[in-house]
Design a protein around this ligand. Structure first.
Ligand SMILES: O=C(O)c1cc(=O)[nH]c(=O)n1[C@@H]1O[C@H](COP(=O)(O)O)[C@@H](O)[C@H]1O
Length: 277
């Protein structure tokens, strides 16, 4: 998918919501545990209920890997289900990989060929040759961690580097923005650091950004939009737990749909006031 196509989908759905499929056997409604593949059943119902309000889904690999080979089967099934039923959806593997080129080449095959994801999250800290194998797969994206949403992010990412005029996360963006293009490279910036988005935008005014941290982590959608939106929207805002675990009864999918709709309606308002619709 190109950035233009992504923007078209955002306009069509009046949404830049990414629903995080952080699906945990200990948190899904109990009645689903009797199903043959509870995680797939849970995901399928969440996807069907929230897809009118979302342009992207992001399974976090940890929640599948924890289940061993069954987790990989559930992941494969939901990826196939989304690709077959909702081909416009931008599908992100939240894997946070990154390794020497030889190994990255294997990871790129895993996520782009075997699983048919559109994008994969990567740690940029091993440098360009660890990211290059992911670039150049047509229509596929890498999403580099820049300024993460967690409390300890500042320990390293905010440290001044070089002559002190940049912080590490800015250096990462500055150094990496030409590893790919605006059509295959995004950055992660946590919604909990929304005010820093102004600094991020000075470096990458046109790139898309993946923004996790709205919902359970307390990030403000309004601030994300204020500091991060560009003329192509340029934002994918992820929310996981606040949507998928909003209800644990038989009505869980319906309630997840309502939560996604609430965010979508706010997003539509922001897109309108920014004259993007
Ligand atoms: O790469 C990510 O998606 C990510 C980066 C980051 O800085 N912070 C962050 O929370 N995430 C992921 O985004 C999701 C956030 O989930 P919720 O806090 O439940 O909305 C989780 O899957 C996290 O692993």
């Amino acid at each position: 998918m190109t950035s233009r196509e992504l923007f078209e989908n955002i306009k069509k759905k009046q949404s830049f919501l990414c629903v995080g499929l952080d699906s945990d056997l200990n948190k899904i409604p109990e009645f689903l545990l009797a199903k043959e593949d509870p995680i797939f059943e849970f995901n399928k119902r969440i996807v069907d209920a929230t897809v009118p309000y979302a342009v992207a889904f992001k399974p976090n690999l940890a929640f599948y890997e924890v289940l061993g080979s069954q987790g990989w089967i559930s992941l494969q099934r939901i990826v196939k289900y989304i690709k077959e039923n909702y081909p416009d959806i931008f599908l992100i593997a939240d894997a946070k990989r990154g390794d020497i080129g030889n190994t990255s080449k294997m990871y790129a095959k895993v996520f782009f060929k075997h699983f048919q994801f559109d994008a994969v999250t990567l740690s940029p800290y091993m440098g360009q040759d660890t990211v290059t194998p992911f670039i150049g797969n047509e229509g596929k994206w890498v999403i580099l961690l820049a300024l993460t949403s967690n409390d300890s992010a500042a320990e390293l990412q905010m440290l001044p580097v070089g002559d002190g005029s940049q912080r590490l996360f800015e250096k990462v963006i500055d150094a990496s923005m030409h590893w790919g293009s605006e059509n295959n490279l995004m950055y992660v910036v946590g919604a909990t650091k929304a005010n820093m988005l102004a600094d991020v935008r000075k470096l990458v005014p046109h790139h898309f950004l993946l923004i996790p941290g709205v919902g359970e982590q307390g990030g403000s959608l309004q601030e994300v939009v204020q500091y991060g939106m560009n003329s192509q929207c340029g934002l994918l805002v992820n929310s996981s737990r606040a949507i998928i675990y909003a209800d644990r009864t038989q009505k869980f999918a319906e309630v997840a749909g309502q939560k996604a709709k609430e965010l979508q309606m706010q997003m539509a308002g922001f897109l309108k006031t920014s004259n993007l619709l």
